[in-house]
Design a protein around this ligand. Structure first.
Ligand SMILES: C[S@@+](CC[C@H](N)C(=O)[O-])C[C@H]1O[C@@H](n2cnc3c(N)ncnc32)[C@H](O)[C@@H]1O
Length: 315
């Protein structure tokens, strides 16, 4: 196995934010994005009685996390699942409610580093990008079958790509010659499709297209939209959901969902909130928290992180 690593983002802050919610008898936290288990390992070290249910859709990540966390024995339950199945996973592990849920969204550095997974634009590799290699749809399938219009929509919405239409048109013209299989050809095509001035700024122009394809391949936003309400449902009173988002759309979904459950449907000018209309959750973070410059200097993944936390109000 290639030795790959991943430095957990906002680690101490995440632990501090979970601390009040795990100060209960037999606490359970779901790490919905176990990855290489960096956050989980630190939680298990800091909170002596904690049990963690670790979910990942990537079997390679799970295998590595299992090795790393072996010393914690039965304090960890591993689940190969997509995190919108969180309620089923928790029930199967024998719990009804949990004290916390952590989402550290996106891909891990390990996935980016393994060239054959096709997530990175810097190496020539198969256009795959599936987090679970058993899933059907690959990045190549999208490039070879989507209409120019649908492809442009994916690139614009998920990659915030200004030249989405140009790139999509170029892909459709190019695939008629020969279907796409590997990343280098796509990277070259993107470079030549965008205006020369845009090539000179903003890093590798393929970055946005690769991010967009990855989000589409794994239906990341659709899954996350379903997972968030499901995770709020299984929270015990006093329990918290902690989210680390790296993409503005993910952060927007988080913000909306948290705002919805922390506000009441009572008109603002009513002097009191009638019984049964109280919000069931409260915001723990005011706005989104970001990483410090010092952390960003050490870990470039921290640059785009937005942290938000919500708590179920104790009954
Ligand atoms: C940023 S990494 C997590 C890193 C982890 N916190 C650590 O410290 O090692 C995100 C992980 O979540 C997994 N993942 C992404 N979307 C998922 C989903 N919908 N369901 C389950 N796992 C998912 C990815 O496979 C990846 O391993």
């Amino acid at each position: 196995m290639t030795e790959a690593s991943h430095v957990p983002v906002l680690l101490e802050r995440v632990l501090d934010l979970l601390e009040p919610s795990v100060a209960v008898d037999r606490p359970v936290v779901v790490d919905a994005t176990l990855g290489l288990g960096g956050h989980t390992e630190a939680m298990l070290n800091r909170f002596a009685d904690l049990h963690v249910i670790g979910i990942d859709r990537d079997p390679e990540a799970l295998a590595r996390a299992k090795t790393r966390l072996a010393a914690f024995g039965d304090r960890v339950t591993f689940a190969h699942a997509v995190y919108d199945e969180i309620a089923e996973v928790v029930a199967e592990a024998g719990f009804r409610t949990v004290s916390g849920v952590l989402f550290d969204l996106g891909v891990s550095s390990m996935q980016l580093d393994l060239a054959d997974r096709g997530f990175a634009y810097a190496q020539d590799a198969p256009l795959d990008m599936r987090m679970n290699p058993e899933d059907e749809l690959t990045a190549a399938d999208i490039l070879n079958t989507y209409t120019s219009r649908d492809l442009a929509k994916v690139l614009r919405e998920y990659g915030e790509e200004k030249f989405a239409k140009r790139i999509a048109d170029a892909v459709v013209a190019e695939r008629a010659r020969e279907p796409f299989t590997d990343s280098a050809r796509l990277v070259d095509l993107i470079r030549t499709s965008i205006p020369a001035a845009a090539r000179r700024t903003g890093g590798n122009p393929a970055k946005r297209t690769f991010q967009a394809l990855r989000i589409e391949v794994n239906d990341e936003l659709g899954v996350y939209r379903r997972a968030l309400p499901a995770s709020l449902e299984i929270l015990a009173p006093g329990g918290r959901v902690v989210v680390l988002a790296y993409h503005s759309l993910e952060d927007r979904i988080t913000k909306r969902a948290f705002t919805e459950v922390t506000t009441t449907d009572v008109p603002r000018d009513l002097p009191f909130v009638p019984e049964g209309h109280e919000a069931r959750f409260r915001l723990v973070t005011r706005g989104a928290e970001m990483a410090t410059e010092a952390e960003i200097d050490e870990n470039s993944r921290a640059r785009s992180v937005r942290l938000r936390v919500v708590e179920r109000i104790a009954a």
